[in-house]
Design a protein around this ligand. Structure first.
Ligand code: NAP
Length: 311
């Protein structure tokens, strides 16, 4: 970064797992930012002023230019509105909201106020995703199978919000697959879906979805939170140029079993670079396509009741 550019003064809201695992380390290493405050009801970030709410933080720290909103999606809309109305740039964790219409409203509000809004999709920045996209655009795709299967007890222990309405259940990781699929595949539409709801929960533990592209390419997605043992975050495409496997959540690419791309991930540093870029150029980056597919799956999907789930 040239020395003449002053760092973006940023506040972070909703301090929890993803803030500690990814946002704080990414911000600490990026000279484009200076973390100046945090707002969270219970948690605190060392070394900076902490506030119990975004309202208190924005009132007290006038120098804040941008905020990252990292609380669960059901509780993000009011915070995003407050920040945009105060003229701050906003970074939304994924998924950008609990409904499509609230995200559309945030987009309008950001444009109206002349500030930047970033609906971040971290999986799109996984190291092999662009290579998969280039490969797929250079060939004819015959079919695609997405397998996103993980152990909810391992990755989301005691996260109550994730099982509540607006928490998305298995679509919380599944939307990461959809964020990659909507970036690397032609436009597609859901034709059928089945959602498995544990009898004691308000969000699905598994989902099977069928899509079709405009050219009739079949795409299936199998999301399951009951996977013990090896975990799978894979997108498999059968193409005229061979069988493509994008695995590890977008980290690794293989064609006909030969690994062609495998690099360490840097998703969050890249998300913050992108946020700085849209902020400096005064633009928005809000793609609701992955969220729209989740909404469509809930709209079109058949609902199955399965055995109760306990953490
Ligand atoms: P989390 O740790 O369960 O929650 C983050 C923080 O949000 C909590 O510590 C809590 O802080 C605050 N919060 C919880 N309920 C709230 C409520 N009702 N109102 C206001 N604030 C509330 O969740 P997380 O795993 O960090 O995930 C947060 C978001 O990041 C989700 O959208 C998730 O999809 C996304 N994400 C998570 C991961 C991951 O690996 N965990 C990866 C990528 C993206 P206070 O109690 O202090 O307010």
């Amino acid at each position: 970064m040239p020395p003449s550019i002053t760092p973006i003064r940023i506040g972070i809201v909703g301090v929890g797992k993803i803030v500690r695992d990814q946002h704080l380390p990414a911000l600490a290493k990026d000279p484009s930012y200076r973390l100046v405050a945090a707002a969270s009801r219970h948690e605190k970030v060392d070394g900076i002023p902490n506030y119990p709410s975004i309202k208190a933080m924005l009132e007290d720290v006038a120098e804040i230019e941008a905020v990252s909103l990292c609380m669960p999606p059901q509780f993000r809309f009011d915070a995003a509105r407050a920040a945009l109305e105060a003229g701050k740039h906003v970074f939304l964790e994924k998924p950008p909201g609990a409904t499509v219409s609230e995200v559309e409203h945030l987009k309008e509000l950001a444009a109206e106020r002349g500030v930047s809004l970033f609906a971040s999709w971290h999986s799109r920045y996984a190291p092999a995703v662009e290579f998969a996209r280039t490969f797929l655009t250079s060939t004819t795709i015959r079919s695609v199978a997405i397998n996103w299967k993980e152990d909810v007890r391992r990755w989301h222990p005691n996260q109550e919000w994730i099982w509540q309405p607006g928490g998305f259940g298995v679509f919380d990781p599944g939307i990461n697959a959809l964020s990659i699929a909507t970036h690397i595949l032609p436009k597609m539409f859901i034709t059928a879906a089945t959602l498995d709801f544990p009898e004691n929960r308000h969000a699905p533990i598994a989902a099977q979805i069928a899509f079709r592209t405009l050219d009739g390419i079949p795409v299936t997605a199998d999301f399951d939170w009951r996977q013990t043992g090896p975990q799978s975050w894979d997108i498999l495409a059968d193409t005229e140029a061979g069988s493509m496997l994008l695995s590890g959540g977008g980290a690794k690419l293989a064609i006909d079993g030969q690994i062609v791309h495998d690099e360490p991930e840097a998703e969050y540093p890249m998300l913050y670079q992108r946020f700085a870029e849209i902020l400096r150029t005064g633009t928005l980056d809000v793609d609701v396509a992955p969220l729209q597919h989740v909404a469509d799956a809930f709209m079109l999907g058949k609902r199955n009741v399965v055995e109760a789930f306990y953490d």
